[in-house]
Structures are given as C-alpha cells and as structure tokens.
Design a protein around this ligand. Sequence first.
Ligand code: ZN
Length: 304
Amino acid sequence: MSENRGMFTLEAAQTYLAAEPEMQAKQLSDRLWTVTDGQCRTIFVEADNSVIAFDTFGTPGKARAYKRAIENSVPGKTIGTVVYSHDHLDHTGFAADLAPEAEIIADKICAKVVKVRGAEGQLAPNRVVTGQENKISIDGIELVLLNPGPTHGSGNLSAYFAEEKLLFSSDTILDNAKYGFLPDYHIANFVKFMRGFLELEWHMFVPGRYEVSDRAAFIRGCDFIEAVQVECQNAFQEFVPIWAIEPMAGYVGEKLREQFGDMEGFEDHIGMIALRIVHHYLMGGYGLEDTPNPGVLLADEVSL
Ligand SMILES: [Zn+2]
C-alpha cells in the first residue's frame, strides 16, 4: 500500500509513514482530552454530535492511530472538524488519513503555506480565520482561537478554554529544555507574544510536545528562552566563535546552568538552542516573520 508521503520522495519512507504507534489519551475534563504518540501532543474536544480534533499527527499511520484513540475515547461520534495549530507536517500533515470529510480550520497564513507547499496528505483548510482572536461556535462548543503574531511555524493558532482554565499552544513553550526544532521559531517577538497569553486566566498548559504542564512551568520556559537570548548577545562581545556548536554550548551553558541546568534536556540541547538564537542577532531573523510588523507576511503574494 502506498501512503500519503508529505514531502518525502524516497520509496523507503513508506515504512516510516505506515507505522502506527500506540497513542496515550487522557481525559482533562468532561469534553476535553489530550493525546500523545510519545513525541507530539495535541487535544480533541467532544462536541454535541461530533468531535473537534486539533492537528493530525505527522504520518498517515499516526493519523490513523489518532483517529482510533478518538473513537475509543468518544464512542459513536466522528471527527467533524480539524483545527490546524500550524503548518508543520509533524502536526498537521495528514488530515487526508485522519478525517478527509471534516471541515478544516486554519489561520490564513497557515492556509497559504499549506496551499503553496502542496504536501501529499496535508489537506487545504476550507475555513480560514485571521486576526489575533477568533471565537467560533462549532456543534455546541465555543472555540477561542488565538494568534498574537508569528511565534513558531506559520499561522500558529493557540486555543483557550476558559471553562477548564487551559491553554493549548503547539510547539511553543515546553516543559523542558528539549527544543530540537528552533529553526522555525520567530525569535523577534516570540517571548513577548507568549507572555501575552498570561493575561488570560489559565492554570493548565498543553504544549505540542512532551508533557502537559502548568502556568509556573510556562513562565519559567519564557524566562529560559529570554535568558538564552541575553547570553547569545553577550557571546558577541566576548568574541565567542558563534558559528560553532561547542563554543556556544560551553559559553551559554556555563552562564545558564545554575538557573536552568535542572531542566530536562538542558545539557543535550543548550548548544543547539544557542546556535539558532545567536544567528537571529547575527542575521536579523528569518525574513518577514521577524520584522516589527509581521502582519505583512504573505499578504499579497498568495491568494486562497
Ligand atoms: Zn512545529
């Protein structure tokens, strides 16, 4: 059987694409669940007559396993809506395998990237939202979708559930130091936008990876990224060879170990994190998403 292949071009990828991992689903409230394959994490919501699934997971096999986890948790109701948290294939690449008939909601910027990318299995959104806050009523559920501006990936939609006092924000702040995917973080405004979520009342935080965490861990995560930003700038004045991972791991690691060294993954990841962030200051960021007015991103270049 030939699977949808995302961006893979090699036939050998089929083995990876077809594998169906065990999913762990956990109920968070009457209507809300979180689910993980051990790497990525997302949420789904039981609506009156259907299920609202955030994201799809990153292969056809994982999408099928996600679908089964939903069926087991909410028997008798099918996925009527899929919300894309952002454009990345490891989170939203395979709606074709999860729920091909569902309505797909995404931020406009995400929708544009999905359209021009044309990855096999990543269905184009058919309901597009724009702006910093969208309140949408779907099958008895009031969704609050938030996009303060470029944080991670393209068109990143976070979701706020006032009843549960819960925030879901994919691939942004983690409950550890295991940031292995920093190239598509938009450092110019990232921490500022993430701290903006603290204006809302919530206690539980569901990230797009690893474990469910809380407000205190979220704040510490913001502090950590900000501290790396500070030490990356200091690295210039100390004439650290900023283009190499070992000197950056040594320099930033030494500066931050006392305050943040207990974070899981600190030693393994601090060099990679620092190497990415130091290049923000060297180069000025990644294109339009790191400018003071990121709203211009793909404004006229792509029409839906
Ligand atoms: Zn991502």
